[in-house]
Write a protein of this length. Structure first.
Length: 236
């Protein structure tokens, strides 16, 4: 259990990851994910349909959970993200390009799902989406939005998707860019930006009134996703 919680390679090798909390476990079940087993603390109710139920003795949950104040239900879920073929029918794609912070990636997944993105792509070097912190901060979106791992930006171009790089200075204002096309909004690493500037078709900038140099990457993702959603609603 600790291996799944702490090491990315273990989650790949075992083909499973940990989900903590009855609400998130229920989200996984509702979204059709295969929950292998669940561990339930004394006095707690198991989640219906969430695999084999294993009742724990007092004090055991505190030893296997990843948080200081453990949830009373913890589950092991099969690690099965989307295939790249989802790009063939995607109109709005969000790309996490080398995102390092689990909280940022989780929030990006949450915003992308809420705004109706068709899928989220992770380039090599992006934090593991099955990291417990990503799962928690996504508020269940990790189970609901199709997610494709380890894709380079050139794959998007071959799929006929326009790649929009995000820049704090030299792009076209986000409200002036046509986001009703088949587009991928590419958001780069928190410290170093995008992995390959040359792999971008157009640049987009969030217009700001204040003097802040730029927005946090998760905030920028939220703004751009909902602008895309607004434009798409207006076009119908």
């Amino acid at each position: 259990m600790r291996r799944l919680a702490g090491r990315r390679i273990s989650r790949f090798e075992e083909g499973a990851f940990i989900v903590e909390g009855a609400v998130l476990v229920a989200e996984a079940v509702d979204a059709g994910w295969h929950v292998i087993e669940q561990f339930v603390a004394p006095g707690a109710d198991p989640v219906t349909g969430a695999g084999t139920v294993r009742h724990l003795a007092a004090g055991v949950m505190e030893k296997i959970a990843t948080t200081e104040t453990p949830q009373p239900v913890l589950a092991v879920v099969e690690r099965a993200f989307a295939d790249r073929s989802v790009l063939d029918t995607s109109g709005l794609v969000v790309v996490a390009d080398g995102i390092a912070d689990p909280g940022n990636l989780g929030t990006m997944l949450r915003s992308a799902e809420a705004a109706g993105a068709d899928c989220v792509v992770l380039t090599p070097g992006t934090v593991d989406p099955s990291n417990p912190k990503v799962v928690r901060s996504s508020a269940g979106a990790v189970f609901r939005v199709p997610l494709v791992e380890d894709l380079n930006l050139d794959v998007l171009s071959r799929a006929g998707i326009v790649r929009l790089g995000t820049s704090s200075h030299h792009g076209v204002a986000h409200t002036a860019v046509d986001l009703t096309r088949r587009v991928a909004i590419v958001l780069g690493n928190e410290a170093h930006g995008m992995s390959d500037d040359a792999a971008v078709d157009e640049w987009i900038t969030i217009a700001q009134v204040g003097r802040s140099e730029s927005l946090n990457v998760a905030m920028a993702c939220t703004v751009l996703c909902f602008e895309a959603a607004r434009q798409r609603r207006s076009a119908t």
